[in-house]
Each structure stands twice: as C-alpha cells, then as structure tokens.
Write a protein that binds this ligand. Sequence first.
Ligand SMILES: CC(C)(COP(=O)(O)OP(=O)(O)OC[C@H]1O[C@@H](n2cnc3c(N)ncnc32)[C@H](O)[C@@H]1OP(=O)(O)O)[C@@H](O)C(=O)NCCC(=O)NCCS
Length: 194
Amino acid sequence: LELALELVLQLATASQIPQIHQIDLACQKESSGGFWSEDAYLKECLNPNSCLMCLVSDRQILGFGCLWSVLEEAHIIMLAVLPEYRRQGLGKCLIWGMLRWASQKGLEWATLEVRSSNQVAIALYQSFDFIEIGRRADYYANPSETAVIMWRKGLHKPDFQQALDDWQTQIRINLAKQNYTLTASEQIYQKEGA
Ligand SMILES: CC(C)(COP(=O)(O)OP(=O)(O)OC[C@H]1O[C@@H](n2cnc3c(N)ncnc32)[C@H](O)[C@@H]1OP(=O)(O)O)[C@@H](O)C(=O)NCCC(=O)NCCS
C-alpha cells in the first residue's frame, strides 16, 4: 500500500522563488523563454495583478505558471513543469488554477502566445477550449519561430463556473491515478496581507 502524495496548488511565496527560478532555467530551452531573474519573479509574487502559481509536493516545487491580469484580460505568460514530472496532469492543474484565479478576479477572457512547434502546450490549451485566433511570424528568437495566439472567451459567464468544476473533477481523478491528492482551497487565492 502506497501512501498518497499531497500536492498543493498555491500562489507562490517569496521563499519559493529560488526553486521557481531553477525550473525556469531547466525549461527555458523548450518554452517561450521567460529568462526571468529571481528579482523579476519576486516582483510577480508581490504584484496583486499577477498570479504566480505553483504546485508543491513535499516542499519541492514541481511546476509553476504565471498569469497577468490586464484590464479584462488574463494573459498566461509562463507555464513549466519539471521534465521528470510531466505527463501526470500537473500542467492541466496549473492552467486550471490560473483560470480559476482569473475568473475570481472577474476577468472576461484569457489569451497566450505559444511557439507553433509546441504541440504539447497547444493540445493542453485546447483541452481548456482555447482556440487559435492568429499568428505572429518571427515572434520568437533562438530559434526564430512563429507564435500561435490563442484565446478563450467567457470566463465571466456562468457556464464557465461549471466548466471549472468539471475540469477540477477530471483533474483530481487523473491525479489520483498518479497517487496524488490535490489541495486547492479557496483561501490560497488570497495574497498575504490582501
Ligand atoms: C507544457 C507543459 C507545461 C505540460 O505539462 P504536463 O504536466 O506534462 O501536462 P499534463 O500532464 O497536464 O498534460 C496535459 C495535456 O497536454 C497534452 N500533452 C502533454 N504532454 C504531451 C505529449 N508528450 N504529447 C502530446 N500531448 C501532450 C495532452 O493534451 C495532455 O492531456 P492528456 O494527458 O489528457 O492527453 C510541459 O510539457 C512543459 O513544462 N514544457 C516546457 C515549457 C513549455 O513549453 N511551456 C509552455 C509555453 S506556452
């Protein structure tokens, strides 16, 4: 009998920034390339319009994402899961957490850019009903590549709450198969001092 691993979905705190920065470094070759410094991450975690969310198990950060609230828009600007923890549903869990944060903030739609070759990320976003709305040639450097711009509307509509609930159920079932139990309580969405 294996003991279930507790997985905590939470807004990142300052003490977690060094680990988050390490994951950024480990993933930067494949992703859209955040290349943020620790200082930049620290600013994100203190900014009330920024959702820097991470998944923690046994004090180790397994992945993180970052979303900016800009007017009515939720911009997903970062998503990374440690290579050895991929394909377990953690990426989905992070997107779900960020979309829930965005909907609690009253944002109306979500958008992001992704390298056109990043089929894994594109499939992941499509599973949350993101659709392609355009492309930008030569948007990325090293190597130069087209960006696919994706969009998900209706975050403020009542049926989005149902979608969030349905995704949560599915995410928990999938994580349970990997022996994880997810803790993602409402109050974790409050920033310290907020
Ligand atoms: C993109 C990334 C965050 C996905 O993380 P993950 O934890 O492996 O994702 P999940 O396990 O939640 O997978 C969710 C969905 O993504 C898709 N997916 C994930 N890995 C895939 C793979 N190797 N091949 C095809 N589809 C894949 C599937 O649709 C999958 O759903 P399914 O398992 O029900 O079929 C991870 O691959 C990563 O960190 N990549 C490098 C950084 C990056 O590219 N970030 C995105 C920049 S916009």
